[in-house]
Design a protein around this ligand. Structure first.
Ligand SMILES: *Cc1c(COP(=O)(O)O)cnc(C)c1O
Length: 391
């Protein structure tokens, strides 16, 4: 029989029906679960039998969400965390020990950089940062104690990408594991494990929820690594709430339909911006002008929902002015929503970086990041057009 496809797995993977014969999965809002006897309780604690004990450890809603993510990412196992940052923190804490070394992309989510720069060194774990496009830099940075390599591809906000097949081969040759934060692509557009990555992390808060409602995160990989993450997370309490898991599992049922439209709208926006005289440069992985177009076509099913552009003149005041002229777009610190969102990274998400760091990462004053929503495409473009005309 043919293996079930992505869409079917996202929709039909479900917690066992209860005696109520419900169609949709109910919400299991319970902190703990009961035992039929003292002996059963003892057996559960001794791990002689499987079952739910306490919702910090496991819960049917969380398990359903994790099973879906494993199937969609092609992973053996998944654990879920309270947020995307929880996933990154648990993964690094569970898989590293004092004396280990990490190689990480310079273009990581700001709080991921904070963990690597400020928290892990306190525990004797050092990181070397490399620009995503500096392939020789990746090769050069391995040490005898390098255990993990961490990247986001596409990166935020300049949408740089790296060849995952190449990087996983290099990492494995050097005895390290490759961890990919797959937040921008989602499993629908890119499955890092297929290219050899060992661990995939998500901030489910973004496209997976896709409607700006709840926080959540996941870590997927082989049984051994994920079991180490699980042991750390169930004891330290970074667990995903059953309510958020219930929301996120339902969201996965529509991920493919939403991402198709996000990508379709984003490509149209990218094409429109390329033709606008007030725009100096557009970055979108599935535009032919994209610097790494061949790889983007190979590694990403579609171009994604984020479009990055640089306003002509590349001045910080123009980035701010443009944002203030927008009517439909929301100004908010999120991405991956049904509602289009505009961000000026230089003054917000990247404002903690030094001028030198911003320069190195290409986060210039005139750079704007657009998370393209599901509104009517003509309305989206009209809003951008009237704002650009006022510059
Ligand atoms: C938002 C984000 C995170 C952090 O996720 P939270 O759910 O906000 O904790 C991590 N990585 C990337 C790429 C993100 O965009």
């Amino acid at each position: 029989m043919k293996k079930l496809a992505f869409e079917t797995l996202a929709i039909r993977t479900q917690t066992a029906q209860t005696t109520q014969k419900e169609h949709a999965t109910p919400l299991f809002l319970t902190s703990s679960f009961t035992f039929d006897s003292a002996e059963e309780g003892a057996a559960l604690f001794a791990k002689e039998i499987e079952g739910n004990l306490y919702s910090r450890f496991s819960n049917p809603n969380v398990d359903e969400f994790c099973t879906k993510i494993s199937l969609l990412e092609g992973a053996e196992s998944t654990v879920a965390t309270a947020s995307g940052m929880g996933a990154i923190f648990v993964c690094l804490s569970a898989l590293l020990k004092s004396g280990d070394h990490v190689i990480a992309s310079k273009a990581l989510f700001g709080n991921s950089l904070y963990i690597l720069r400020e928290i892990l060194p306190k525990w004797g774990i050092q990181t070397t940062f490399v620009h995503l496009n500096d392939l020789e830099g990746w090769e050069r940075s391995f040490q005898a104690n390098t255990k993990l390599v961490l990247v986001e591809t596409p990166s935020n906000p300049t949408l740089d990408i790296i060849d995952l097949a190449w990087l996983s081969e290099l990492s494995h040759k050097k005895g390290a594991k490759l961890v990919v934060d797959n937040c921008f692509a989602t499993p629908y557009l890119q499955q890092p494990i297929k290219w050899g990555a060992d661990i995939v992390i998500h901030s489910a808060t973004k496209w997976i929820d896709g409607q700006g409602r709840v926080l959540g995160g996941t870590i997927s990989g082989n049984t051994q690594d994920i079991s180490a993450c699980y042991d750390f997370l169930r004891r330290t309490g970074v667990s995903l709430s059953p309510f958020n898991a219930w929301v996120l599992s339902k969201s996965l049922e529509t991920l493919h339909v939403r991402m198709d439209r996000h990508c379709e709208n984003a490509l149209k926006v990218a094409q429109y911006l390329e033709g606008n005289p007030n725009i100096e440069r557009v970055i979108y992985p599935h535009l032919e002008s994209y610097s790494n177009y061949e790889l983007a076509k190979k590694q990403l099913q579609k171009g994604g929902g984020i479009v990055t552009a640089i306003i002509r003149g590349n001045q910080k005041k123009d980035g701010a002015k443009f944002l203030n002229q927008l009517g439909l777009f929301s100004l908010t610190a999120n991405l991956g929503d049904t509602r289009s969102i505009a961000t000026h990274p230089a003054s917000t998400t990247a404002s903690k970086l030094s001028e030198e760091q911003k320069h190195e990462l290409g986060i210039s004053g005139g750079l704007i990041r657009l998370s393209i929503g599901l509104e009517n495409i003509e309305d989206i473009i009209q809003d951008l057009d009237q704002a650009l005309n006022k510059l």
